[in-house]
Design a protein around this ligand. Structure first.
Ligand code: AMP
Ligand code: MG
Length: 416
């Protein structure tokens, strides 16, 4: 690649601040219009297109939180009262009104019979034959789960624009919703530029390396819930790049390419996208991953990421991911939740660009988090990403010492 990826000969004035680039990029993200009804079983990871309102109250009636005996507290003047067991109410059965002076054997989840105002747990009772001795006096309402304590009919239980997680699937099922309306998945086509690339499983020839970006990008894309269309390796010629771009744009809502985004003779993304649409090449004030291309092939948005694997990973997480989430209708905050963590290293020579360092968070003996950074800052060292469990945000132009706090972006946030 020929455009520089160094810190020595690009003045900071050429560089675009991250926030500006992200705002600009997101201003081009159009939400998919179409939605579809899917069974809740298939809704995991999909984006809810409509707010869901509960049609029932949950629980529908007061019910027992324990296996025990339902009583009326006015029948119990002191502990040790012995009373007849007048009925048995397992879960799934509605009992009859409680007869005065009696207890009802009751089980967790069973409706509280009319006339009862407390449940005494079975461990505090002794049943002998058809009588029970209540050894502990309950307060009114003890061990009763109230009708509607979870949701009420007409409540908005899930807002449009959230990504459905397992607990949402459970909540939907709990109020009897079997199908939900979700946005259709964004279709994202990807290809990798580079004459040096070979697919894993084949032998490497002289000068060749394996195409790792395609697999990492595929995985990164799948974490966003989009549909991935893989177009493979594209040779470093203008014609091949134009052909790949056209093929990608025909099928997809977004095209992502890795490699070839710089401005050397072997980098054809820029002229190819310009021939078919328009392109801006942004030099963003971050390290790694300075060059990012954004444009359109016809009317289809295009993101060109650096070929260096670590730069690709970082630019994907910081730019492509929020773009895709927004286009898929996500209305929650698109910014990953960074946590503030103390560093376990000195950082005397900061870059003039904000650095997203491959970092590993561990807990010290007191259970306090600390982060260390990988010894390699090279954007080609993919093993460093596998070592890391997040990215440490090291501020531009600010030396740090051990014990200072920085923002840390756990991969669990970036890749969810
Ligand atoms: P480029 O952005 O095309 O100049 O590539 C920058 C560096 O990333 C070069 O060392 C390429 O060999 C490497 N690279 C480009 N594409 C891939 C890929 N798909 N998988 C692994 N490495 C790549
Ligand atoms: Mg290349």
């Amino acid at each position: 690649m020929s455009a520089c990826d160094c810190s020595s000969h690009c003045g900071p004035s050429d560089l675009m601040p991250l926030e500006e680039a992200l705002d600009l990029l997101l201003s081009h993200a159009r939400k998919v219009d179409e939605s579809e009804q899917v069974p809740i079983d298939d809704a995991l990871g999909r984006v809810l297109a409509e707010t869901v309102t509960s049609r029932i109250t949950m629980p529908p009636w007061d019910n027992s939180a324990m296996d025990g005996y339902a009583v009326n507290t006015t029948d119990l003047r002191q502990a040790g009262v012995r009373m007849p067991v007048s009925q048995r109410i397992p879960a799934g059965v509605s009992g009859t009104p409680l007869l005065a002076g009696t207890a009802a054997r009751i089980f967790t989840g069973a409706p509280i019979p009319a006339g009862a105002d407390a449940v005494v747990m079975q461990e505090a009772c002794e049943q002998a034959g058809d009588h029970v001795t209540i050894n502990r006096l309950p307060v009114i309402g003890a061990n009763i789960r109230r009708a509607g304590e979870d949701t009420r009919e007409g409540d908005e239980i899930l807002p449009a624009g959230i990504r459905i997680e397992p607990q949402h699937m459970g909540l939907l099922a709990s109020v009897g919703v079997a199908r939900v309306s979700v946005y259709r998945r964004l279709r994202v086509a990807l290809f990798s530029s580079g004459d040096e690339l070979v697919m894993p499983g084949r032998p490497l020839g002289p000068g060749q390396i394996y195409n790792s970006n395609e697999f990492m990008l595929d995985g990164l894309l799948r974490t966003t819930g989009c549909e991935v269309i893989r177009l493979g390796i594209v040779e470093d010629t203008l014609e091949a790049t134009c052909t790949a771009l056209l093929k990608a744009a025909e099928q997809a809502d977004l095209v992502i390419a890795s490699g070839g985004v710089s401005v050397g003779e072997e980098d054809h993304i820029k002229p190819a996208v310009e021939r078919l649409g328009s392109l801006d090449l942004w030099k963003i004030a971050i390290r790694p991953g300075k060059p990012l291309a954004f444009g359109h092939v016809g009317s289809v948005p295009f993101i060109g990421t650096p070929g260096n694997p670590v730069s690709l990973f970082v630019t994907f997480c910081l730019f492509a991911r929020p773009f895709i989430l927004k286009a898929q209708g996500v209305m929650e905050s698109l910014a990953p939740r960074a946590v503030s963590v103390k560093i376990d290293f000195d950082w005397p020579r900061p870059d003039k660009r904000r650095e997203f360092a491959r970092a590993r968070m561990e807990l010290d003996d007191q259970g306090k988090p600390r982060i260390s950074v990988h010894r390699s800052r090279s954007s080609g060292v993919l093993s460093s990403l596998a070592w890391a469990n997040g990215l440490a945000v090291l501020p531009e132009n600010k030396p740090l010492v051990r014990g200072d706090s920085v923002k840390f972006l756990p991969f669990s946030e970036l890749l969810r």
